[in-house]
Write a protein that binds this ligand. Sequence first.
Ligand code: ACO
Ligand code: OAA
Length: 459
Amino acid sequence: MLSCSTRTLFNASRFVRHASTKTLKETLQEVIPAKQEQLRKLKTDHLQAVVGEVKVENIIGGMRGLKAMLWDASVLDPNEGIRFHGLSIPDCQKVLPAAPGGKEMTAESMLWLLMTGRVPSEAESRQLSRELAEKGELPEFVEKLVDSFPTTLHPMTQLGMGVAALNHDSVFQAAYESGMKKSEYWTYTLEDSLNLIARLPALAARIYRNVYKPGMTMPAINRDLDLIGNYSALLGFGDNHNLTEYLRLYIALHGDHEGGNASAHTSHLVGSTLADPYLSYSAALFALAGPLHGLANQEVLRWQLAMQAELGSDVSHEQIKEYLWKTLKSGQVVPGYGHGVLRNPDPRFIALQEFCDAHPELQQSPVVALVKKTYEVAPDVLKEHGKTKNPYPNVDATSGCVLHHYGLKEFKYYTYYTVIFGVSRALGCLTQSVWARALGLPLERPKSLSLDALEKLIQ
Ligand SMILES: CC(=O)SCCNC(=O)CCNC(=O)[C@H](O)C(C)(C)COP(=O)(O)OP(=O)(O)OC[C@H]1O[C@@H](n2cnc3c(N)ncnc32)[C@H](O)[C@@H]1OP(=O)(O)O
Ligand SMILES: O=C([O-])CC(=O)C(=O)O
């Protein structure tokens, strides 16, 4: 049952599915002027309006809760979770086009929604898939660069370096050097962003092949497949329909999580210097690679497998409870639990759990079952522990364990999972890059204070 507010959103014309065959760029050309006007009015009429206060806890507490960024594509509610242009995850699952033969929303349809605030028609989404597939090959020098990395180098480091190297072909950078006008920034940023998103599957799959499956032949990019259909095929899982569908859902869901998360914020900060989208997204990937952020999906698998190795597969709630306490008493965090903003179970976690419930093979999986059992115990243990403001699971609590069941099992030095997150987060970060340029957002430069200066202010 849809909530009342959601039904209202569905009545709005921007969410009505239609037979349009516009390109993404044409659609952006339609929607940008109204947003520019909205921002212009804010600037002229309300520049000095007060929308909050800054407390010492914001300054020394990682800026939690500070309203200090403009980010239009998604908003995170602490209790309800993420909404993409007002649409919840279940709403998106209902209205965003799937790939032919699939049920899950595609990365392209999520990208379209994030960029334009509109639900694409099937034709628009397909046409974007084709455009991305046509642009998907890697330049030869990037292939050689990635092939030269030691296989012991973390896959996220490889991905970040590969993305940075792609800026060799940045049209934004080239146009900037030849003196493009400010009003043209967004079109070059869009072109770079689409080229980057198109190339991520080939780059990410090549890293997987080099580290985990040396010698594996990768197929050519298929122009009739969607971005993630191609990614799955390049990883060698093209025949596994359920894994491909899981990847589609995973990548659409992880696409954006408003602006303050570490990867999105990094991308926006670097982009605000007018560094091109390759450089700003490369920086974002290095933020995503930290264990408190995207790397938590690797840490969850490591932790759940260690629990399984110690306790066996048929484990009781009581044993999980003891294992959780052991983790906490050793001073470690429970990976996959807690969040900087959320105060309820992450709806992305719920959506992935629902995917597991709908796929019988996943219900047979010991590691997927362990994730579920852990969820039945961990919130109460974390509440009793009393430190974390959010004792509930975030998306990382489940995402990697499902991939493990489907055959992405390799744990050679590291897992590959955060790279998949890195393919996804490009959707939101690059949407923001385009909009930051379309709206003419300035260089980010907050004020910092020394401890002495802060004390003086309090007195
Ligand atoms: C896609 C994503 O990025 S989702 C997040 C992925 N990260 C993880 O799952 C790692 C585990 N979780 C955590 O470390 C944290 O919950 C974070 C980093 C996600 C959020 O951090 P914060 O906003 O600072 O959380 P919060 O305000 O609740 O922290 C208060 C205290 O609880 C602790 N805490 C928070 N989560 C946990 C946890 N899962 N297990 C144990 N302790 C925790 C914090 O370390 C902190 O302890 P301290 O006072 O000794 O420094
Ligand atoms: O919002 C956050 O801080 C972390 C997170 O869940 C994400 O980036 O997906």
